[in-house]
Design a protein around this ligand. Sequence first.
Ligand code: PHE
Length: 444
Amino acid sequence: MKQQTAHREFWGSKMGFVFAAMGSAVGLANIIRFPYLVGANGGAAFIAIYLICLVVLSFPIFIAELLLGRACHRNPAGAFEEIGGTKTWRYAGCFTILTGFFVSGFYAVVSGWVVGYLADAVQGSLLVIDSSVGAESFFYMHLRTPLWSLGMQLCFVLLAAVILFSGVRNGLERASKFLMPVLILLLLYMAMTGLDADNAQNGLHFLFDLQWHEVTPTACLLALGQAFFTLSLGQGTMITYGSYLNRKTNLFVIGVPVVVADTVISILGAIAVFTIVFSVGMEPDSGMALMFKTLPLAFNTMANGYFLSISFFALLALAALTSQISAMEPAIAYLMDERGWTRKRSVVAVSIGVFLLGIPCAMSYDVLNLFDFIATGILIPMGGLLVTLLLGWRWGIAKSIRQLNFGLEGVTFNQPLLELYFTLCVKYLAPLAIFAIALQVLFT
Ligand code: PHE
């Protein structure tokens, strides 16, 4: 197998990888998207479906992506070509890199708004919001100021670029090791404040009451899409992160904490958001409105609103930053591995590209929603499908299992059972489920 490890960096430690992968996984989707999906689709019943998707589909694909990267120690295009053996597979790998690049484009715009709101929160400007009409006009006032949107987006991309310049160990790993604990502390503060507020139980009922009748087929698909997006699958990120792992790493031992932490953080985020919203007698909005309209208004009706709004937007900004860098890294790794560019030059090129791609989204809310739909509804599931076809069918499950077993030696857990689980999910269940989503997207 061709190796491209000469100048390749590796994670400094297993914990370093765990923090970086957690940083990638925990993002805006955990703290904003997960809560409103749960609230709108049957509460605890949705959580149950989501957990099933996570165990049966996302987690095995997450392991498969890490395995692919670790097997080749190359960027996704190189890895797909090496394993698939043809140029067509190389294009499939390029497709996943382009998906990551595409996601980075619109993710940076929303994250830029978060940074802008954080600056507003610090200055106390959010305190003027005292009604839902006020919250709405505050939001649209910002959106109608393209210089604000573009400026914030630029700040955010620059922040990401600064981290990316420093490379795998000193950039991705060090930033995540520092930022993730801060994020967890902020989240605990928010959740405790919510649980402590009056009528917190109304929020908990909204969130956790089992409403099986609300679980429609569309809700199942949303759960699946969320389970993919939250683990940063289907867009080269985990393949690239896996390529910085050495062969001796046990993928299950490093993968399980990432998925568990991501899930716990989603649930804590949902608890914080809904207890706070219900404690002030409000109804939760869905989508972006929850983040930029409902919550600022809810904070202002609470005693410590100033600190809450700063904590909340700081939390979001940290979560977004560690995800953004991971979405940009596959394209950077590609330019370095395949074109021989330096890291600095690659980071500059990708950052400029991401900024330019985000411009239409910063100028139009509709374009932003369209990009979001194309990425999460089409490109990401396709990327996931390509990985399962490559490992499960093209390379063959026997070879994939042999790769999987590197690092698994000596585990006390039943190894044949892990192999069966991996085979069943990666070879059969995941491709079938993704086909089902594709059909649903095409025919509804
Ligand atoms: N996982 C991130 C989130 O939950 C989103 C993301 C997608 C990050 C793709 C990197 C790559 O918000």
